[in-house]
Design a protein around this ligand. Structure first.
Ligand code: THU
Length: 136
Protein backbone atom coordinates (compact mmCIF):
# COMPACT_ATOMS: atom_id res chain seq x y z
CA UNK A 1 0.00 0.00 0.00
CA UNK A 2 1.58 3.30 -1.04
CA UNK A 3 -0.23 5.64 1.37
CA UNK A 4 1.30 7.00 4.54
CA UNK A 5 -0.68 6.15 7.70
CA UNK A 6 -1.44 9.86 8.09
CA UNK A 7 -3.37 9.78 4.77
CA UNK A 8 -5.67 7.11 6.14
CA UNK A 9 -6.20 9.05 9.37
CA UNK A 10 -7.07 12.14 7.38
CA UNK A 11 -9.46 10.22 5.13
CA UNK A 12 -11.21 8.70 8.16
CA UNK A 13 -11.47 12.10 9.85
CA UNK A 14 -13.02 13.60 6.71
CA UNK A 15 -15.49 10.71 6.36
CA UNK A 16 -16.56 11.17 10.00
CA UNK A 17 -17.16 14.84 9.39
CA UNK A 18 -19.19 14.01 6.27
CA UNK A 19 -21.20 11.52 8.33
CA UNK A 20 -22.19 14.34 10.70
CA UNK A 21 -23.70 16.18 7.72
CA UNK A 22 -25.79 13.20 6.58
CA UNK A 23 -29.50 13.71 5.97
CA UNK A 24 -31.05 10.45 7.15
CA UNK A 25 -34.36 11.21 8.89
CA UNK A 26 -36.01 8.01 7.59
CA UNK A 27 -33.46 5.29 8.35
CA UNK A 28 -31.63 7.12 11.11
CA UNK A 29 -28.46 5.55 9.63
CA UNK A 30 -25.95 8.28 8.83
CA UNK A 31 -23.07 7.49 6.47
CA UNK A 32 -20.08 9.59 5.45
CA UNK A 33 -17.47 8.85 2.80
CA UNK A 34 -14.15 10.45 1.82
CA UNK A 35 -12.60 9.58 -1.52
CA UNK A 36 -8.87 9.94 -2.25
CA UNK A 37 -8.53 10.95 -5.90
CA UNK A 38 -5.60 10.12 -8.16
CA UNK A 39 -4.32 13.70 -7.83
CA UNK A 40 -4.24 13.41 -4.02
CA UNK A 41 -7.40 15.48 -3.48
CA UNK A 42 -10.04 14.40 -0.96
CA UNK A 43 -13.77 14.56 -1.77
CA UNK A 44 -16.55 13.89 0.70
CA UNK A 45 -20.14 12.77 0.51
CA UNK A 46 -22.94 11.77 2.85
CA UNK A 47 -26.20 9.91 2.38
CA UNK A 48 -29.11 12.12 1.39
CA UNK A 49 -32.48 10.48 1.98
CA UNK A 50 -35.82 11.37 0.47
CA UNK A 51 -39.47 10.95 1.44
CA UNK A 52 -39.81 8.68 -1.59
CA UNK A 53 -37.18 6.38 0.00
CA UNK A 54 -36.03 4.97 -3.35
CA UNK A 55 -34.45 8.27 -4.38
CA UNK A 56 -32.05 8.24 -1.43
CA UNK A 57 -28.41 8.73 -2.38
CA UNK A 58 -25.58 6.74 -0.78
CA UNK A 59 -22.61 8.55 0.77
CA UNK A 60 -20.08 6.71 -1.39
CA UNK A 61 -21.67 7.67 -4.71
CA UNK A 62 -22.14 11.26 -3.51
CA UNK A 63 -18.39 11.42 -2.78
CA UNK A 64 -17.48 9.89 -6.16
CA UNK A 65 -19.67 12.46 -7.94
CA UNK A 66 -17.83 15.30 -6.22
CA UNK A 67 -14.45 13.84 -7.15
CA UNK A 68 -15.40 13.47 -10.80
CA UNK A 69 -16.92 16.96 -10.92
CA UNK A 70 -13.60 18.35 -9.67
CA UNK A 71 -11.76 16.66 -12.53
CA UNK A 72 -10.57 13.39 -10.97
CA UNK A 73 -10.65 10.37 -13.23
CA UNK A 74 -9.21 7.78 -10.86
CA UNK A 75 -9.84 6.91 -7.24
CA UNK A 76 -7.19 5.39 -5.00
CA UNK A 77 -9.06 4.90 -1.74
CA UNK A 78 -12.29 5.57 0.09
CA UNK A 79 -12.97 5.79 3.82
CA UNK A 80 -16.49 5.07 5.08
CA UNK A 81 -17.91 6.00 8.48
CA UNK A 82 -21.38 5.62 9.92
CA UNK A 83 -23.31 6.66 12.98
CA UNK A 84 -23.16 3.22 14.65
CA UNK A 85 -19.39 2.67 14.61
CA UNK A 86 -19.95 -0.84 13.18
CA UNK A 87 -18.39 -1.59 9.81
CA UNK A 88 -20.64 -0.65 6.90
CA UNK A 89 -19.21 -1.93 3.62
CA UNK A 90 -20.43 -0.15 0.48
CA UNK A 91 -23.60 -1.51 -1.17
CA UNK A 92 -23.37 -3.35 -4.48
CA UNK A 93 -24.32 -0.30 -6.53
CA UNK A 94 -21.55 1.78 -4.92
CA UNK A 95 -19.00 -0.99 -5.47
CA UNK A 96 -19.81 -1.02 -9.19
CA UNK A 97 -19.54 2.79 -9.40
CA UNK A 98 -16.19 2.73 -7.58
CA UNK A 99 -14.94 0.11 -10.03
CA UNK A 100 -15.43 2.52 -12.91
CA UNK A 101 -12.69 4.78 -11.49
CA UNK A 102 -10.28 2.16 -10.18
CA UNK A 103 -8.58 1.32 -13.47
CA UNK A 104 -7.82 -2.28 -14.37
CA UNK A 105 -4.95 -3.60 -12.30
CA UNK A 106 -5.00 -0.69 -9.88
CA UNK A 107 -6.05 -1.47 -6.34
CA UNK A 108 -8.72 0.58 -4.66
CA UNK A 109 -8.48 0.50 -0.89
CA UNK A 110 -11.65 0.67 1.14
CA UNK A 111 -11.23 1.72 4.77
CA UNK A 112 -14.16 1.00 7.07
CA UNK A 113 -14.19 3.11 10.22
CA UNK A 114 -15.25 0.98 13.22
CA UNK A 115 -15.21 1.33 16.99
CA UNK A 116 -12.37 -1.21 17.11
CA UNK A 117 -10.24 0.47 14.43
CA UNK A 118 -10.04 0.40 10.66
CA UNK A 119 -10.96 -2.58 8.47
CA UNK A 120 -9.23 -2.53 5.09
CA UNK A 121 -10.40 -4.23 1.91
CA UNK A 122 -9.49 -3.98 -1.74
CA UNK A 123 -12.27 -3.43 -4.24
CA UNK A 124 -11.38 -6.75 -5.88
CA UNK A 125 -12.14 -8.51 -2.59
CA UNK A 126 -15.54 -6.84 -2.36
CA UNK A 127 -16.40 -6.99 -6.07
CA UNK A 128 -14.78 -9.94 -7.83
CA UNK A 129 -15.57 -10.38 -11.54
CA UNK A 130 -16.91 -6.83 -11.85
CA UNK A 131 -19.04 -5.85 -14.80
CA UNK A 132 -16.95 -3.83 -17.27
CA UNK A 133 -17.12 -2.45 -20.77
CA UNK A 134 -15.55 -5.55 -22.32
CA UNK A 135 -18.20 -7.69 -20.55
CA UNK A 136 -20.70 -6.41 -23.15
N1 THU B 1 -26.27 3.83 2.58
C1 THU B 1 -25.11 4.45 2.16
O1 THU B 1 -24.98 5.69 2.27
N2 THU B 1 -24.15 3.69 1.64
C2 THU B 1 -24.22 2.33 1.43
O2 THU B 1 -23.34 1.74 0.83
C3 THU B 1 -25.36 1.59 1.99
C4 THU B 1 -26.50 2.41 2.47
C5 THU B 1 -27.34 4.66 3.14
C6 THU B 1 -28.56 4.73 2.26
C7 THU B 1 -29.65 5.02 3.26
O3 THU B 1 -29.72 6.43 3.43
C8 THU B 1 -29.16 4.41 4.55
O4 THU B 1 -27.78 4.14 4.37
C9 THU B 1 -29.86 3.13 4.94
O5 THU B 1 -29.81 2.20 3.94
Amino acid sequence: MDFKPVDIDTLIKRSRHACEQAYAPYSGFKVGAAVLGGSGGIYCGCNVENASYGLSICAERAAVARAICDGERSIRAIAISNSTGKASPPCGACRQVLYEFAPEGEILFIYLDTIKGVETYTLTELLPSAFKLDSI
